[in-house]
Ligand binder design. Sequence first.
Ligand code: ATP
Ligand code: MG
Length: 388
Amino acid sequence: MNELIMIKYGELTTKKDNRKQFIKILTQNIERLIEEKYEIIKDNSRMYIKCDDAINISKKLQKIFGIHGISIVYKVNNNFDDVSQKALSIMDKTKKTFKVVTKRADKDFEISSMDYSRKIGGLILKNSEYKVDVHNPDIILNIEIRKEGTYIYTDELKGAGGYPVGVQGKGLLMLSGGIDSPVAGYLAMKRGVNVECIYFDSPPHTSVEAKNKVKKLAKIINEYSGLVKLHIVPFTKIQEEIYKNCPDNYMITIMRRMMYRITEKYAKKIKAKIIINGESIGQVASQTLDSIACINEVTNMPVIRPVATYDKLEIIDIAKKIDTYETSILPYEDCCTIFVPKHPVIKPELIKAKEYEKAFDYEKLIEESIENIKVITDFKEDKFEDLL
Ligand code: ATP
Ligand code: MG
């Protein structure tokens, strides 16, 4: 283990207990997601990983929330000769201008950070063709002096930011095969939510391909946490009853109310604290503010809609960045597109929705659906044929 990676924490709060929890969960997430055993050394401001393939591991670390910056670093003793020698040896000769930034965690150190930077800078000027540019340098030489040694590095990869997945407890994401909901899940994860997914499946009206697409999306967002489970709800009966018993224009409203009822009940069962959803204000008839209010009425659980205020193009940008876009646009219908009424109501009235849904015994069907939920926990293998 000859190489060393240094991690700067993301949005770390100053509260001591939170900080401890943050670092503990981040460590667990790193161990789970890089899938190999490495020595991890951590203190309150930095984490270090001893490894052999630092470039590869740095890339994996870029997907882990709670990390602000990732650098491959060199550790030397705190004496000036060792530091300057190492500094000179790692300066990339293809670059032309530089500046030195010194940080001292060890305030007892005899010389100021500025003077230290100047001294090292002077040596580099003397021993190379480099010129100093403090405003826009080609390369920044970072020197962090700590009690146990001095860390030297020139490059920093941007981390994913946010909080480590899990610091906030669990949330249940309503995951459809579309573009929005995987993005919503990713954004919730970024705030530290341990996201599990629920999908409403209506065979034979929806295809195995549609379900496999959702599994694939769950697999992709699982790369950001390693904790994702996909809960698949048999929804056919409920959907058929809605189709038989409710007026066309209220079908979607009522279907969504059923989805929320099931999601809330099931969330409580798996100890999720919130529901996460990919709704975006005004995107379709079921997402006008009136619709959202009428649909949301069935639940008291907090519903977080991370993309509620985003334009479709903004959502697509994120979907591309997190690699879900190509899968999301595969052309398989889901349960919402198959029973699409010609004129879904834009301003649904709660009294009417309640009246229409009385037409069938949905409580019983909801219980039945929940009892028959199937769970997928292993996304490692790419066998996306119909498993269930
Ligand atoms: P997406 O919003 O993910 O792009 P979509 O646009 O097809 O998919 P909408 O009809 O906009 O989906 O539904 C709004 C939200 O309702 C989805 O983002 C998702 O959170 C939830 N949802 C819709 N259909 C399903 C389903 N079959 N299973 C689970 N959640 C669903
Ligand atoms: Mg949508």
